[in-house]
Design a protein around this ligand. Structure first.
Ligand code: NI
Length: 267
C-alpha cells in the first residue's frame, strides 16, 4: 500500500492514457495520491481529478514560477485561492516556494507570494508543500521567520545534509523520490541515511523524475517501489517496513485516513 504524496496527473503527458493508468495504479496498490495544482489552469484540472477519483486528494497553490499570475490579480487572487482550499478534498497548500533556476518570475515577486501563501496556510491550518530550487538560503530565511509550527514538506529535497538537519529540527518532512536511485545522488543518499524514516514522504513528482532504470522516461506512482528499495538498502531496513512507515507518514502529514474521516464528518 503506497501513498504518492506529490504527483501531476493533469499533465498533458498523461492525456493518452490517464484514466486507464490511474485505475490500474489504484488496483495495484496506490491507495492514495495527492495531485498538486500549481497555477490557475492546473488547480482547475486538479479539481477535476479529485472529483472523479475517490483516492485522489488535492494540494493547491501557486508554484514560484507561476506567481506572476498572482501579481496580475493582486486584489482577488488570495480570496480565490482560499475558496479553492475549502473544497473537501483540498488537504494542503502547495506547491509554493522559490525557484531561482528558471527565474521565470522576478525573485521579489516570488518571495512576496511565498510569504502570503504561507500566511494563508497558517490561517487555514493546512500543511504546506514547498518547492525550492537554487534558492536554499532565501527559502531557509523565510521559513525560519514564518514557518514556525507549520506542518511542512520540503518536496524533492535536494540541498545539503547540514540544511536537512536544520529542517528536521524544525519538525519538517522531506520528500524523497526518483532522484535517490540515481548513481550521482550522493547528497540525497546522505540525507536519507541520516534522517529518521518517520520524516520521509514518498513522492513521484510525475511525470518528472522517474527512478532508475527509467530515468528520463515518463514517471508514474507505480515506480515508487524502486524508490522504496533504494531507501531500504541505504538504511539497512526491510522494504515492507519502509513502505508501511511511509504510508503512515503521508496519512499523518495530510490528515488523511481515520483522522481525516473524522474531520470531514465534523465539517
Ligand atoms: Ni511538483
Amino acid at each position: 500500500m503506497i501513498f504518492d504524496t506529490h504527483a501531476h496527473y493533469d499533465d498533458e503527458q498523461f492525456d493518452g492514457d490517464r484514466d486507464e493508468l490511474l485505475e490500474r495504479l489504484h488496483r495495484e496498490g496506490i491507495v492514495n495520491l495527492v495531485n498538486v495544482g500549481y497555477s490557475k489552469a492546473s488547480i482547475a484540472s486538479t479539481h477535476a481529478l479529485a472529483d472523479r477519483y475517490d483516492f485522489i486528494y488535492e494540494a493547491l497553490g501557486f508554484h514560484p514560477d507561476e506567481t506572476w499570475e498572482m501579481e496580475q490579480e493582486e486584489e482577488t487572487i488570495l480570496p480565490w485561492l482560499r475558496e479553492q482550499l475549502t473544497r473537501p478534498k483540498a488537504v494542503a497548500v502547495g506547491e509554493i516556494g522559490l525557484d531561482y533556476y528558471w527565474d521565470k518570475t522576478p525573485r521579489e515577486v516570488q518571495r512576496k507570494w511565498f510569504r502570503r501563501q504561507l500566511e494563508l496556510a497558517r490561517e487555514l491550518n493546512l500543511p504546506v508543500v514547498i518547492h525550492s530550487r537554487e534558492a536554499a538560503q532565501d527559502t531557509m530565511d523565510i521559513l525560519r521567520e514564518m514557518g514556525q509550527g507549520l506542518t511542512l514538506d520540503m518536496h524533492c529535497y535536494s540541498y545539503s545534509l547540514e540544511m536537512a538537519k536544520d529542517y528536521l529540527n524544525m519538525g519538517y518532512y522531506l520528500g524523497v523520490g526518483g532522484v535517490i536511485t540515481f548513481k550521482n545522488a550522493r547528497k540525497s543518499k546522505e540525507v536519507v541515511e541520516y534522517m529518521p524514516l518517520e520524516r520521509i514522504l514518498l513522492e513521484t513528482d510525475c511525470p518528472y523524475l522517474a527512478p532508475a532504470p527509467f530515468r528520463g522516461k515518463r514517471n508514474d506512482s507505480g515506480k515508487i517501489p524502486l524508490v522504496i528499495d533504494a531507501i531500504a538498502q541505504i538504511k539497512g531496513l526491510e522494504r515492507e517496513q519502509v513502505e508501511e512507515v511511509c504510508l503512515e507518514n503521508a496519512r499523518r502529514f495530510y490528515g488523511i485516513g481515520h483522522s481525516a474521516d473524522v474531520r470531514r464528518e465534523n465539517l
